[in-house]
Design a protein around this ligand. Structure first.
Ligand code: CDP
Ligand code: MG
Length: 153
């Protein structure tokens, strides 16, 4: 079982697409184990996007990500990190394949609706950046036997 961090970005919230995106993750069989509506501060943005802070386009990314409420969440499931990244599609909505979240809803390289951790280290770092341990609600949903076979772990 693996956990990954997602952020419904300000464009997703402003465009009233939160429910649509959350529904996709639920329908896929992933479990939400944490979720909250927050504002990203410039300080948090610089920590979250540390690998991009020096890039020429970072100031516009910071303005975007701090420009409205976001929904932070933690999803749990088998291979959750890769599953979520595949559901998001390529970074730019102009390049992302139809059927992916970015491919279906985004026409921008920046306003691409959802962030997802890109590997185990990023997932651990980002979950800890946005959530206290006690904000993560574990447990096995009763529907689990209808989501995957018992020997799939
Ligand atoms: O989100 P992802 O890991 O697919 O892409 P990234 O290359 O790690 O970039 C992080 C975020 O920065 C993207 O999701 C875009 O919102 C934004 N970005 C941007 O504003 N301009 C670019 N040229 C590339 C990315
Ligand atoms: Mg990335």
């Amino acid at each position: 079982m693996e956990r990954t961090f997602i952020l419904l970005k300000p464009d997703c919230v402003q465009r009233r697409l939160m429910g649509e995106i959350i529904s996709r993750f639920e329908a896929k069989g992933l479990n939400f184990v944490a979720m909250k509506l927050i504002r990203v501060t410039p300080e948090l943005a610089k920590q979250h996007y540390a690998e991009h802070v020096a890039k020429g386009w970072y100031p516009t990314l910071e303005a975007f990500i701090t420009g409205g409420p976001v929904v932070a969440g933690v999803l749990e499931g088998l291979e959750a990190i890769a599953v979520v990244r595949n559901m998001l599609g390529a970074t730019s909505g102009l390049k992302a394949a139809p059927g992916t979240i970015r491919g279906d809803f985004s026409s921008s390289r920046q306003m691409n609706l959802v962030h997802g951790s890109d590997g185990p280290e990023a997932a651990a770092r980002e979950i800890a950046l946005y959530f206290k341990p006690e904000e993560i609600i574990g447990g096995t949903p009763t529907i689990t036997p209808w989501i995957r076979a018992a020997d799939e772990t």
